[in-house]
Design a protein around this ligand. Structure first.
Ligand SMILES: N[C@@H](CCC(=O)N[C@@H](CS)C(=O)NCC(=O)O)C(=O)O
Length: 213
């Protein structure tokens, strides 16, 4: 049996989608959470000096989206044909652009930078959130099946549903916001509920370590 070891810091962030793909697939894996004090010694041995890293029978793979794509392909949630795979990649790349656009806000919310969180919320987060959730809504409407691409689950459903869930007012996340902003995107709200009701994902979410992001 293949041995999967996912190394990341003890937070959800970039490690959470690979973890959820493994959980969705019912795949046992080593959920290796690295404490900050242990990181400097480990860093030089990783492919790109960063985490997450997935080890597959000891072979390391870096970059969170590459890890997610690899796992998604193994477990049948990377799109059902080359066109769907390309669409999945497009959503994943667009999501990275979105994260890059809202990075100043995220860094302050996570406590990694100083700044006026309220001002960044209004000027940086909100316009970019609305812009991207309009894009994602179009994909959900085109699918008509409650998934972003095609008529079945792909890993970008897991990616976007986790982000939506972090924004909910009762999420316990540092990114929790007013429900009214999610209410403007009913398709995305229903999408999050649908994806997180998938039994293996529901179980993972209920039992995973509680962290602020
Ligand atoms: N593009 C990379 C970014 C990875 C990344 O930024 N990792 C951060 C944690 S989220 C990290 O390893 N920071 C520690 C360091 O750079 O020394 C990915 O998506 O995997």
């Amino acid at each position: 049996m293949v041995h999967y070891k996912l190394s990341y810091f003890p937070i959800r962030w970039a490690g959470e989608v690979p973890r959820q793909i493994l959980a969705y697939a019912g795949q046992k894996f080593e959920d290796n959470r690295i404490q900050q004090a242990d990181w400097p010694e480990l860093k030089p041995s990783t492919p790109f000096g960063q985490l997450p890293v997935l080890e597959v029978d000891g072979r390391p793979l870096g970059q969170s989206h590459a890890i997610s794509r690899y796992l998604a392909r193994q477990f049948g949630i990377n799109g059902r044909c080359p066109w769907e795979e390309a669409q999945v990649n497009a959503i994943a790349d667009q999501f990275k652009d979105y994260l890059s656009d809202i990075r100043p806000y995220n860094l302050v919310k996570m406590g990694f930078a100083q700044g006026d969180a309220d001002q960044l919320y209004t000027e940086t987060f909100l316009p970019n959130f609305k812009k991207h959730y309009q894009f994602f809504t179009r994909f959900l409407k085109a699918s008509g099946a409650g998934f972003l691409i095609g008529d079945s689950l792909t890993w970008v459903d897991i990616l976007i549903a986790q982000h939506t869930s972090d924004l909910l007012s009762d999420s316990g996340s540092v990114f929790a916001t007013k429900d009214s902003i999610i209410d403007e995107f009913p398709e995305l709200k229903a999408h999050q509920k649908k994806i997180h009701a998938i039994p293996n994902l529901k179980k993972w979410i209920e039992t995973r370590p509680v962290t602020p992001f």
